[in-house]
Ligand binder design. Structure first.
Ligand code: GLY
Length: 288
């Protein structure tokens, strides 16, 4: 495969942000970009880059993933995460997983398995056996959880491989066992040889709109990522708002958009390596 340029986009959710939340969001997105760019610019894989970027945001309580996860109606942290390699279509995903700081890494560990999407206690036991979860971790996370929404990353590496990853602590106050869009291919993420995407927002709306699938199929049909994102978002009309998408094609072209409120995202590429961070809609945010 001919060598190409690398590119990465991260998002820290589509969410109502106060102006006082701008700096932590900017810092968190910059940290996530730094992780991904260090890998991509030294010839590493898109898969490693998206995992590293999402792990950085799972470590950061600014975001609703890992350390910053929201709690469900019973005060427990249940996380969803997924990761996908565009060149092989390998996918790993976990749903309603307790007691882990890095659900994206549990999802990655599932990729070579036969059954690659695990939920609840089964996901926990798999993670624990790999040293990636421990009973009681969730209580610490529940005490810290203050993040706002889902995180994600899409990347293209110098070998021309695309990858995507998404991680979330869910919607907060939800029924135990609730699963959102984030772990489900075609909803909260997807990657193939043509494009990669990660979604954020209201999982039930994203599922009803088939958001990720709409976007990826539009790119497969020849639309550029920005047009494909805008096309996909039209299917959210009339549904509860606050959802968004990032997407990238195999040329490293990017697209993003959201419905309602603000969206936090950042990007960099070999051609424009200075990190760009966008807090879309922050100018309309409340102070405090
Ligand atoms: N997009 C996160 C969720 O609905 O769980």
């Amino acid at each position: 495969m001919p060598k190409t340029s690398w590119a990465v986009v991260v998002h820290g959710g589509c969410k109502p942000m106060k102006k006082s939340e701008a700096d932590p969001n900017r810092e968190g997105l910059n940290d996530a970009l730094a992780e991904a760019v260090a890998i991509l610019s030294s010839g590493g894989s898109a898969l490693d880059a998206v995992e590293a970027a999402v792990r950085a945001m799972e470590e950061d309580p600014t975001f609703n993933a890992g350390r910053g996860s929201k709690t469900n109606a019973e005060g427990e942290v249940e996380t969803d995460a997924s990761i996908m390699a565009g060149d092989t279509l390998e996918l790993g995903a976990v749903c309603a997983l307790k007691d882990t700081l890095h659900p994206v890494t549990v999802a990655r560990a599932l990729m070579p398995e036969t059954e690659t999407l695990l939920a609840g206690e089964g996901a926990y036991r798999f993670a624990e056996a790999r040293g990636l979860a421990r009973r009681g971790v969730g209580k610490t996370l529940a005490a810290e959880g203050a993040g706002t929404t889902t995180v994600g990353c899409v990347a293209l590496d110098v070998e021309g491989r695309l990858a995507a990853a998404t991680s979330t602590g869910g919607t907060g106050g939800s029924k135990p066992g609730r699963v959102g869009d984030s772990p489900l291919p075609g909803l909260g993420l997807y990657a193939n040889k043509v494009a990669a995407l990660s979604a954020t927002g209201q999982g039930e709306s994203i599922a009803r709109a088939m958001l990720g699938a709409r976007c990826i199929i539009a790119i497969e049909n020849g639309q550029e990522p920005q047009a494909a994102v805008e096309h996909a978002l039209t299917y959210l009309e009339g549904l509860p708002p606050h959802s968004g998408l990032i997407a990238m094609d195999a040329h490293g072209r990017i697209g993003w958009g959201h419905t309602g409120d603000q969206m936090a995202l950042g990007w960099a590429s070999a051609e424009a390596p200075d990190f760009r961070v966008e807090l879309s809609g922050i100018e309309e945010a409340e102070d405090g």
